[in-house]
Ligand binder design. Sequence first.
Ligand code: FE
Ligand code: FE
Ligand code: ZN
Length: 291
Amino acid sequence: MVKDEIIIGSHVSLTSPEYYLGSVKEALSYKANTLMIYTGAPRNSFRLPLEKFRLEEAFALIEEHHLDESKFIIHAPYILNLADNTKEDKYAFAISYLKDEVVRAEKMHIPTIVLHPGSHLGLGEKVGINNLCLALNEILADDKKVKIAIESMAGKGNEIGKNLEELKMIYDGVIKKERLGFCLDTCHLSDAGYNLENIDDFLQKVEDTIGIKNILVLHINDSKNPSGSHKDRHENIGYGFLGFETLLKFIYHPLLIDVPKILETPYFANKPPYLMEIANFKKKEFHPFKD
Ligand code: FE
Ligand code: FE
Ligand code: ZN
């Protein structure tokens, strides 16, 4: 891969009848060179056996198109809440689910799982972060190499991980730091109150807290709301409060060039926007694609 080739893709689906083979085909249809999947429905934790996923055919297609699986991403279902340990069975379930997800990821040759840090539900940030760290230490106790990337959140309700300082507290509480990293979501960062227009100022803040080298994934989304709104409503690239030029800086910044960039922007007119959004980033020009 040439050094200045961007690593960009989107969330793609994994459904019957082609499952992972279909996911790879969908990514190729967007001219993407990476992808992010949920291993089942994002809102529940029911998972089919991997035998159904058509992995061998998917691996062959990946090889045929010279895609780099080491940049592929799994997103854990967002109903898991490791920040709350008051419902013991739910907390224990989330831990065992993620242990299984690590095994699934390894068998799918996908080295990174994105995880929402969760909501403290009134327990307070410190307790929530401690609950998350205890869970992560249990999940990462196995001998696998798959990494967990904690996603930065918009600060909706009682979400933890809403700023770099909280992400740093999570980093400090995890023992196997070599298997921990972060996913920075541009919509969430802006909604949390960060100004991303001056990317170098922002990256300095990252370096002073979690470290730029620990960014494993970037979620590239525009936002429907102004900075500091804590809303978490994604908008298509160039149609929101962040704008095309600011997001373009994240795609091409030399310190982020090896980090996979994943679009999670909304469908419009029931169609995915990713082919157009990726093309605009490759051209470094904004060409409108909806009104
Ligand atoms: Fe997410
Ligand atoms: Fe995200
Ligand atoms: Zn979001």
